[in-house]
Design a protein around this ligand. Structure first.
Ligand code: DX5
Ligand code: ZN
Length: 214
């Protein structure tokens, strides 16, 4: 069995001590670092942008797993790629259907991984035709916008459909309300990457929290 890729979300970190909090998860065995980019338009919240990604890149060796919760993601691919994103995931709901493959190709042209994400109300069937073009498919198990929300079990069920259709190489990631219980539900369904913000950063033993997700 392949290893589960754990991607702690720095949305739950202390932004005044971001380097320290990144090192904490890096030293505790995290595989990737999940960076939530929000624009106040596609989602109601505003978080991190390109300059912060660039600075983070200087202080960590972890691959940067950048989750774009923004409108018009195609406009910013070059900037996020040169800022140091290693995986760039955009939302199905943020783009026109006919632009999905060109956006995936554009991301690939920078030599980085391309991900597509679906919100809770988007059916898995909508994205199956893109799976063979993608490196990663992200299933949201909360409405994107905020950390610390409750896991939506019915969204996780979509993983089963995706797993059935996907090749062995596709990374199936879940994000939202992940802890050691909900994470197991998702990995049993076929997910092999877990994003967790609150569960990791609000625990009093980060290493234990990360290990408990595996
Ligand atoms: C939510 C973000 C998540 C968030 C997860 O819109 O995409 O990555 O940080 O936080 P938790 O794990 O606390 O639900
Ligand atoms: Zn996220």
């Amino acid at each position: 069995m392949k290893e589960i890729i754990i991607s702690p979300s720095i949305l739950s970190a202390d932004f005044a001590n971001l380097e320290r909090d990144i090192k904490n998860v890096e030293n505790a065995g995290a595989n990737w670092l999940h960076v939530d980019v929000m624009d106040g338009h596609f989602v109601p919240n505003i978080t991190i942008g390109i300059p912060v990604v660039k600075s983070i890149k200087q202080v960590t060796n972890l691959p940067l797993d950048v989750h774009l919760m923004i409108s018009n993601p195609e406009k910013y691919i070059a900037d996020f790629a040169s800022a140091g994103a290693d995986i760039l995931t955009f939302h199905y709901e943020a783009v026109k259907e006919e632009n999905i493959i060109p956006i995936i190709e554009k991301i690939h042209s920078y030599g980085i991984k391309a991900g597509l994400s679906i919100k809770p109300k988007t059916e898995a069937e909508k994205i199956l035709k893109y799976l063979d073009k993608l490196d990663l498919l992200l299933v949201m198990t909360v409405e994107p916008g905020f950390g610390g929300q409750k896991f939506m079990q019915d969204c996780a069920e979509k993983i089963k459909i995706i797993k059935q259709e996907a090749s062995e190489n596709l990374i199936i990631q879940v994000d939202g309300g992940i802890n050691n219980t909900t994470g197991k539900i998702c990995t049993n369904y076929g997910a092999n990457s877990l994003v967790a913000g609150n569960y990791i950063y609000k625990s009093n033993n980060i290493q234990q929290a990360i290990n408990s997700l595996r």
